[in-house]
Design a protein around this ligand. Structure first.
Ligand code: GLP
Length: 253
């Protein structure tokens, strides 16, 4: 398929005042979501694309670097830049605070959740401690089986202080979207990750044999003022995810 129609100059120049590299990123992401760019499609080279769009190579390079870091594009030395195959493992950068919905939207994948629990509850001692709750405070529990293009990918069990989000039904597709709408966007998080074998119950939900490998993450997310907004434990299918971290030399090395 020719990819050229996707990269018409008019589409980059259109729209609001967002930086050009963000517009180029959005163009690629939307084209993947709409199917105009398919898995493994070649993206024109930096120089050609810059000329075609009437923007600088630096802008193209910045957009590409972000899209590669997000796992949307892959770059192969000597052969160019391609749309990352959706059917492969999902590459999740470890250093970005994104939501499941955003991660999948970036890849043009539609998400859906089966609700396992969406309730107001008294906190467990662990929830009280992690969320820094006062005696008598409640939590809302949002437990979801998260699907991408229909396939169960992860089980997420989130606890949010009730005072921040009184009605669990307010969360529809995205928890982060519901929080952001209320001015409660998480801006920082600590996340731990380790390997686990799935219990029978979780394996059944993910459609895998008991004991299958999974990546377990625990995220504690904070608001700008340092208050804890979220405590989420997630089990990601071990056969579908790569968590990717960029490493830098330590200062002084
Ligand atoms: C990721 C994180 C969770 C977070 C979730 C929000 O998957 N591991 O900690 O709660 O995203 O996703 P969404 O906004 O799609 O509900």
């Amino acid at each position: 398929m020719s990819t050229l129609p996707v990269f018409e100059r008019a589409r980059i120049a259109d729209g609001g005042p967002a930086p050009l590299y963000l517009k180029l990123k959005r163009l690629v992401i939307d084209a993947i979501a709409q199917g105009t760019l398919a898995d493994r499609d070649a993206i024109p080279g930096e120089r050609d694309l810059a000329r075609m769009l009437g923007i600088s190579r630096v802008t193209v390079r910045k957009a590409f670097a972000d899209l590669v870091a997000d796992g949307v594009l892959v770059q192969r030395r000597g052969s160019g830049t391609f749309v990352a195959p959706k059917t492969g493992r999902i590459q999740l950068p470890l250093s970005r605070l994104t939501s499941f919905t955003e991660d999948m939207r970036l890849r043009g994948i539609e998400t859906f959740s089966d609700w396992l629990d969406r309730s107001v509850a008294l906190p467990t001692p662990e929830e009280s401690l992690v969320l820094a709750l006062s005696p008598g405070d409640k939590v809302i529990r949002l437990h979801r089986l998260r699907r991408a293009d229909g396939k169960p990918l992860a089980i997420e069990r989130s606890s949010i202080p009730h005072r921040f989000l009184p009605d669990p039904m307010a969360v529809e597709t995205s928890l982060y979207a519901a929080l952001t709408e209320r001015g409660l966007k998480p801006v920082r998080a600590l996340q731990r990750l380790h390997a686990v074998a799935l219990s029978k119950g979780d394996a059944d939900l993910l459609g895998l044999p008991e004991g299958s490998p999974a990546l377990f993450t625990e995220r504690v997310a904070y608001l700008t003022d340092g208050r804890v907004i979220e405590f989420t434990r997630s089990h990601y299918r071990g056969d579908s995810y790569d968590f990717v971290a960029e490493l830098h030399l330590a200062a002084g090395s």
